[in-house]
Design a protein around this ligand. Structure first.
Ligand code: MIC
Ligand code: SF4
Length: 754
């Protein structure tokens, strides 16, 4: 039986009537997205329609998921909310803190030892507050959620940007910061700006070398890393229904890379098959009962232009495999053009390592298709040229692929299997020689490839591709090898061609697992003690941030004017810093160390305006804090792209930065800043970015009359005595302004409890 089946039942019970009410209210056929959103409104039935991209709306999500690296902060906040139990079903997944080095069993033992304090903390908080706990080694949050919790037509939030993966099973699943998760677990509504809708029509059928990954790699090339901002992407068409449920998950997963709020697919037979195969026939039966509400009304897919704000059509029959990168997931190159592009751009073409797995691509189907290529190595007397590493997404998948002999085949090509965890995908890869910072190329089936992300080496050129293509390129050892047309020289000196991959959507013998790694919470957790040592360097209880002083902010210093891409990896790096995710003061030492300073083009080197000396960003900001001087951070487009980690907002807040002024924000990061009581501002005129000088003293005016849709003024007092006055915009609504005034949303919850 599925977890929390009662919750699913009640969602389906009320869905028909809510969908009907929404259809009447809107007076038009509904997209799937609208059906799910309207049936999860905090106040039901709906009495008003909402403006796409305009109105903030309160929702009641069905569940919450958290991974260890973000759960620590989410739960430290939740502990202050004073509730005895979480208000909606919630889970914690231990996946981000395990370093990939020797191989699964050794690495897991090391992590269990090194992060014992954090795991014990998460386990005891989960036990106390009624949260399901998935132990280290159980798998990656999104894979475990897809296998156990996701259900068609449901709505969930998760403290990880790839929560969107559950769209593969027809959910609206959205990545958020820990403070948002804290609200929902505390029984409060969750707010989101009503999204715009992008429809992607998939015609034709995947074939040969192409897989679901190539669909999203192509979409990323079309929409770029910010093209999905504020939008929900709904996929439909014969190409959608003909692909597997886990393939749909891959597409939705990487929707995070185009900035989309989430992506989803209508309920179909592939989802039903997946639910049954993963032990949830009960959910499939219930879903079949409300089938018509779990997909769009037929008029919508017949005339998508009338119902979506933007429509993209992709023909799967003619789709080519893609390689996206380096350094950004939207630089899409079809494999047939790689030779040319690599030569033109000077990308190193020797592939050093191929990595498959991660939350994006570690389904049974993915692995079986990759294994069909690995098999050809011995059959065709080839030799694998690159290293080959596998991170399975869950213990259930790992156990099943071992039983079915896939791991043996991989073993024959010299593969190493890491723990079922994030590992190299999030910089938890102790890669030999990375410290030498040599220029090199890797290919992986993950989702992100920002500089330094996998191994900390800024000169690692990482390209994202399907597991099949990664495997072929690892065998060839060459980025420009096009398996559709090119041959390889085998050990006998003969020219051989790889046959296109083949695989199985689901295991013929069914999934199996011995210990999935789940720990149920205590029925009554009231006597469970949660201990946080005051001397710990991994965990620190949170002190409330100070409330706004009630005046305009004047005489602020410019901490850094960041140039170009500034993702959450640049603002609060992962990898070695993940260990401090539960300790705000310690992790603040990584504040913006990856951002490029506009004035000297260097990372982590800014001028301290008080001493005139160049120092690191965290040291400079700590000096301002000690002197009681506020500061601001200036950024470029899509600032805060990538992760949901709220540390990227809490660190500047903790160290005394008052405002972040950018050309544009990524959604989750903007909300995180607001939640933590920061000012998240945008240039009214983007060209004003050029007016910001290194030694400016900056005033923010208009705060005493801070109101929705009303711009603020910023005065740039330049060192030569001249001034520039610029207009800055914000997207705060009334409630968010209250967060700012209180010094952060948590201070309001605390007050209401206390
Ligand atoms: C990521 O893929 O960047 C992460 C690590 O999963 C993050 C969460 C985090 O920073 O803890 C995400 O995507 O939200
Ligand atoms: Fe983990 Fe990578 Fe997935 Fe993030 S994207 S959850 S780091 S596997």
């Amino acid at each position: 039986m599925a977890f929390d089946i009662e919750v699913i039942k009640s969602v389906y019970e009320r869905m028909p009537e809510r969908v009907k009410a929404a259809r009447q209210l809107l007076g038009k056929p509904l997209t799937l997205t609208e059906k799910i959103l309207y049936s999860h409104l905090w106040e039901n039935p709906a009495t008003q329609t909402f403006g796409r991209g305009a109105d903030y709306v309160d929702f009641a999500p069905d569940r919450v998921a958290m991974q260890d690296a973000t759960a620590q902060m989410a739960l430290l906040q939740f502990m202050q909310a004073g509730r005895p139990k979480v208000a909606v079903p919630s889970t914690v997944h231990c996946d981000h803190l395990i370093t990939a080095k020797e191989g699964a069993s050794t690495d897991l033992a090391v992590a269990n030892n090194e992060s014992k304090e954090v795991y014990d903390f998460l386990a005891s908080v989960s036990n106390k507050y009624g949260i399901g706990f998935w132990k280290p080694g159980a798998g990656i949050i999104h894979q475990v959620v897809l296998e156990n919790y996701a259900f068609p037509g449901g709505m969930m939030i998760g403290t990880d940007s790839h929560t969107v993966n559950a769209g593969g099973l027809g959910m609206i699943a959205i990545g958020v910061g820990g403070a948002d998760a804290c609200d929902v677990m505390a029984g409060l509504p969750w707010e989101l700006k009503w999204p715009k809708l992008i429809g992607v029509k998939l015609t034709g059928k995947l074939n040969g070398w192409c897989s679901a990954k190539d669909v999203i790699l192509k979409v990323a090339g079309i929409l770029t890393v910010k093209g999905g901002t504020g939008c929900i992407v709904e996929y439909f068409g014969e190409g959608a229904t003909s692909m597997s449920c886990t393939g749909k998950g891959t597409i939705c997963n990487m929707g995070a890379e185009i900035g989309a709020t989430t992506s989803t697919f209508g309920y179909d037979e592939s989802m039903e098959r997946y639910l049954r195969a993963t032990g949830r026939a009960d959910v499939a039966d219930l879903a079949n009962g409300v089938k018509e509400h779990l997909t769009a009304d037929s008029e919508v897919y017949a005339n998508p232009e009338q119902y979506f704000d933007q429509v993209i059509e992709i023909d799967l029959n003619t789709l080519e495999p893609y390689l996206n990168g380096p350094f950004t997931p939207d630089l899409a190159t079809p494999i047939s053009k790689m030779k040319e592009e690599a030569a033109k751009n000077g990308w190193p073409t020797k592939v050093e390592v191929g990595l498959i797995g991660s939350c994006t691509n570690s389904s049974y189907e993915d692995i079986s298709r990759a294994v069909s290529l690995a098999k050809q190595v011995s059959e065709k007397n080839l030799k694998t040229k690159a290293d080959y590493l596998i991170t399975p997404g869950s213990e259930q998948v790992r156990y099943t692929i071992e039983r079915d002999g896939f791991l043996d085949t991989f073993d024959q090509i010299g593969a190493k299997v890491f723990t079922n965890a994030c590992g190299p995908c999030i910089g938890m890869w102790d890669r030999m020689g990375a410290e030498k910072q040599e220029k090199n190329t890797i290919v992986h089936s993950f989702n992100r490839n920002f500089a330094k992300r996998a191994d900390g080496n800024p000169n690692t050129y990482a390209f994202v591709a399907s597991p099949e293509l990664v495997t072929a390129l690892a065998i060839a050892g060459d980025l420009t090898f096009n398996p559709l047309t090119d041959t390889l020289t085998n050990e006998n000196g003969e020219q051989v061609k790889l046959d296109p991959p083949t695989g199985f959507e689901l295991p013929a013998k069914g999934f199996a697992v011995e210990d999935a790694g789940y720990q149920a919470p205590a029925a009554d957790g009231s006597s469970v003690q949660v201990a946080v040592s005051p001397t710990s360097n991994r965990l620190q209880l949170l002190d409330p941030f100070q409330a706004w002083e009630g005046t305009d902010l004047t005489n602020l210093r410019l901490l850094i004017k960041a140039k170009g891409k500034c993702t959450t990896d640049h603002i609060s790096m992962a990898g070695p810093w993940l260990k401090f995710r539960g300790h705000l003061d310690n992790i603040s030492d990584n504040l913006l160390i990856g951002a490029i300073n506009f004035f000297n083009e260097k990372a982590n080197a800014v001028v301290n305006q008080e001493t005139g000396k160049t120092d690191t960003v965290p040291a400079t900001q700590r000096a301002y804090k000690a002197a009681g001087i506020g500061s601001i951070v200036v950024g470029d487009e899509n600032y805060g792209e990538g992760s949901s980690r709220e540390h990227a907002a809490m660190e500047p807040r903790h160290l005394g930065v008052r405002a972040v002024l950018v050309k544009s924000f990524a959604r989750i990061h903007e909300t995180n800043l607001k939640k933590q009581g920061m000012l998240a501002l945008t240039f009214a005129d983007k060209a004003d970015y050029d007016k910001i000088q290194e030694s400016d003293k900056i005033d923010i005016l208009g705060l005493t009359t801070f109101a929705p849709n009303k711009s603020l003024t910023m005065v740039l007092n330049h060192a030569d005595g001249s001034k520039d006055e610029i207009t800055v915009n914000h997207s705060y609504n009334d409630q968010q302004i209250e967060w700012f005034k209180a010094g952060g949303a948590l201070n309001i919850i605390r007050k209401s409890v206390g």
